[in-house]
Design a protein around this ligand. Structure first.
Ligand SMILES: [Zn+2]
Length: 429
């Protein structure tokens, strides 16, 4: 009997394929049936509805932006131009301890939850409510969500500048357990922020017990990216080890002039941990960071650019040093007057950025801030900058390796919580 002839909806012909494994590129055709890849190979002479001639072009899986703060932005801007214009087809939200769900607030969101939106945006007491809202708006990217530790604290604590008590930890655990059933990938923390810095390691460890049960992951914005970074990394590794869960260090960096060059210490420490447990990291390809305006980071060692200010919106787009001299104030006094505010800190050394980018288990994640009126360019530029600047021009990564860090390697950040699938789109393997 003759084999039935497959009829493809689309065939992309003559593409140079980078499959995300990190292996060498190869030339092939790709056949698509019902929006899924049905065949990669020689499809010469095969029938299809439409053809794309990819002669001279590369073809890769859609990029996964493992580190985003798109939680609310996805709902208000489902076209997600900042991401699809970079080739990103999946985003992971809820990083750095702040997630849109599960959240029940009685008042304005605490810093840095205010990076995501205003009080009226936090309307998802359960992760399944958020998932339903995502499915309603059908954004142009797939979405997976982490639960923010700070969001859980905001649900149950009247003050965030202290450790949670046993009752509060229990309530947070319940929220987390429900969210994992509803489809969350795991827990994120933002331990350097005032809203979580007084949460002791034990508080996180209690919550992490929930992650073990469902094979979920822990991602962490470390307690310190400055002088105390080694201890902060060890705290994260200990949590991973004691809970038997994968750990991802978020936007891995050495911040602050006194800390420049210390990736020569931090990367070996990460490598050493990776030989004993499941740990990885993500990073964005820039030597400047961005967040809310943090008084601890105010210094004249490097430039600080103000992206927004609630009390002084007219100062957005200026350097803190210029604002301070205009007001005849010290940098710190000017910063206090500007808060709540957002900032870009030129706090990293380029050599450190390159070493982290080259680290084998470092995924690419933008950490873009879509709600910022003067966003750090990482929001729109992360993936092209890795490919164009760092891979093609600077040659610090070859192209298959750069694509692996945007696709295949990202699976590390998806955990194995197969019960709790992603909100839209991705199937576990
Ligand atoms: Zn962060």
């Amino acid at each position: 009997m003759p084999k039935p002839v497959k009829f493809y909806n689309w065939i992309i012909r003559n593409a140079v394929i980078l499959d995300g494994s990190g292996g060498s590129e190869y030339r092939a055709d790709v056949g698509i049936i019902d929006n899924r890849i049905a065949c990669i190979g020689d499809l010469d002479g095969r029938e299809c509805e439409s053809t794309i001639d990819a002669q001279g072009l590369c073809l890769a899986p859609g990029f996964i932006d493992v580190h985003t703060h798109d939680d609310i932005h996805l709902l208000n801007n489902p076209e997600m131009l900042s991401k699809i214009s970079q080739g990103v087809s999946t985003v992971i939200v809820g990083n750095c301890g702040i997630s849109a769900s599960p959240v029940s607030l009685n008042g304005p969101p605490p810093d840095p939850m205010n990076l995501l939106g205003n009080e009226h945006d936090f309307v998802f007491p359960r992760m399944r409510d958020y998932a339903a809202a995502i499915n309603r708006v059908q954004p142009s990217v797939n979405v997976a969500a982490l639960v923010g530790h700070t969001s859980l604290r905001a649900n149950h604590m009247n003050q965030l500048d202290r450790p949670a008590n046993q009752g509060e930890i229990l309530a947070m655990r319940e929220d987390l357990a429900l969210a994992l059933v509803d489809g969350a990938l795991g827990l994120s923390s933002g331990l350097s922020y005032e809203s979580a810095i007084n949460a002791p390691a034990d508080e996180l460890l209690s919550l992490a017990k929930e992650l073990t049960k469902s094979g979920a992951i822990y991602t962490t914005h470390l307690r310190s990216e400055f002088e105390g970074i080694l201890d902060a990394m060890k705290e994260a590794f200990t949590l991973g080890k004691e809970s038997d869960i994968p750990v991802v260090i978020s936007h891995f960096k050495c911040a602050g002039v006194a800390n420049w060059g210390r990736t020569l210490e931090t990367i070996p420490l990460l490598q050493q941990a990776a030989s004993k447990q499941e740990v990885a990291c993500d990073c964005y390809p820039y030597a400047a960071s961005s967040s809310t305006l943090d008084l601890k980071q105010v210094t004249d060692d490097f430039d600080i650019f103000i992206t927004w200010s609630d009390p002084h919106a007219e100062m957005a787009g200026k350097m803190l040093a210029d604002i301070a001299s205009e007001w005849n104030l010290s940098l710190l006094s000017a910063a206090k007057k500007l808060r709540p505010a957002g900032a870009v800190y030129h706090s990293m050394d380029e050599a450190d950025v390159r070493r982290v980018l080259q680290y084998t288990d470092c995924m690419i994640g933008s950490d873009g801030l879509p709600g910022d009126p003067h966003p750090h360019p990482r929001l729109w530029g992360t993936f092209p900058r890795v490919l164009g600047h760092y891979s093609r021009d600077m040659k610090i990564l070859n192209l298959p390796e750069a694509i692996r860090k945007m696709t295949g390697l990202q699976r590390l950040n998806l955990g194995s919580n197969n019960e709790a699938l992603l909100l839209r789109g991705i199937m576990p393997t």
